[in-house]
Design a protein around this ligand. Structure first.
Ligand SMILES: [Zn+2]
Length: 322
């Protein structure tokens, strides 16, 4: 792998943690400086994080910004509504996997956003409830899913061993203290219950080759950066969970990270999202471009056996049993 140009020695005044959250060692390298934060990586296990770690007050103010869930900017669900179909597709995939491991039971979605996953799960027969930090999203989630949504898991503390499944879609990377949150929610899961989560994959080629261009390196929104091995190690060693499945998500595979490929895919995805029908010729343009730029490189690389398919996955799906 090419040297990363942003890589540089750790300055003596950097507010790095005492030890790596995943492997417990202290052997870090700074890989990027962004939005007034240093992004560093453990040389031993590859787990990444930010310094200084923002405190709870800072994050609360950050997430209270009205534009977080609507903005087209660098942060937030940039224009969630226009990408809703895309998220629904992902949520259906996740639900299929859960249904393959468990009969519909009680499900808690932590960080449920606007409640679209809650609604799908409820329609599929699950008894659901959600937790969401944003006031406006919480109200919208309650409206969409028609179920209670709480602002913190502490309001569920009387529901020990109550849930069959806890889901955290794209949540863990936002948490400054994941140990604290998981220690609070795992007691709510019954023995043998399932914890499912997704998070960006830092062993993705763009993240490795040009971290400055990888959109998931975005402090203070994303604070923790996992790969397939570190998320597995974290859940199994720290929480004694049995990891059942760790699989790649390649929802926006961009093998070639050149600007024009990104521009074409962005343009094409906007076409598709506005005209979500197979009867529209623009849908076919999108489908063809996806095959050319997303599916073909992945399949080719796997067929040739020359490239670890995990290098082209942008995200990780993990399923673990308590
Ligand atoms: Zn480590």
């Amino acid at each position: 792998m090419r040297e990363i140009s942003e890589k540089r020695p750790v300055p003596s005044d950097a507010a790095l943690p005492v030890s790596c959250l995943v492997c417990g060692l202290k052997d870090f390298e700074i890989i990027l400086q962004k939005n007034d934060f240093e992004i560093f990586r453990c040389r031993q296990c590859g787990f990444g994080s930010v310094a200084p770690m923002p405190d709870d007050d800072f994050l609360l103010r950050f997430y209270e910004q009205q534009e977080y869930f609507q903005s087209d900017g660098v942060f937030g669900y940039s224009d969630y509504e226009s990408k809703r179909e895309f998220y629904l597709g992902l949520f259906r995939d996740h639900l299929r996997i859960l249904n393959g491991h468990s009969e519909p039971g009680r499900l808690l979605d932590l960080g449920c956003g606007k409640g679209d996953f809650l609604s799908l799960a409820r329609e599929a027969g699950w008894e659901v409830c959600g937790v969401e930090i944003s006031d406006s999203c919480r109200r919208e989630a309650e409206r969409r899913a028609g179920v209670p949504v709480y602002s913190s898991p502490r309001y569920l503390s009387d529901k020990r061993e109550f849930f069959d499944v806890i889901t955290m879609w794209e949540v863990i990377e936002h948490l400054p203290h994941p140990d604290r949150v998981l220690s609070e929610v795992l007691p709510l899961l019954r023995a043998g219950g399932l914890l499912a989560m997704t998070t960006p994959n830092t062993r993705n080629l763009t993240a490795l080759r040009s971290p400055a261009r990888w959109s998931e390196y975005k402090p203070p929104e994303h604070l923790l950066y996992f790969n397939f091995d570190t998320i597995h190690q974290y859940l199994s060693e720290r929480f004694n969970l049995q990891v059942l499945e760790v699989k790649g998500i390649h929802r926006d595979l961009r093998l070639a990270s050149s600007g024009w490929v990104e521009a074409i895919l962005d343009w094409a995805s906007r076409l598709r999202l506005r005209h979500e029908t197979r009867f529209d010729p623009r849908w076919w343009v999108y489908a063809m471009l996806v095959r050319m730029f997303k599916e073909a490189p992945r399949r080719m690389s796997m067929a040739l056996g020359t490239l670890d398919p995990r290098l082209v996955d942008t995200g990780i799906f993990v399923l673990a049993r308590k």
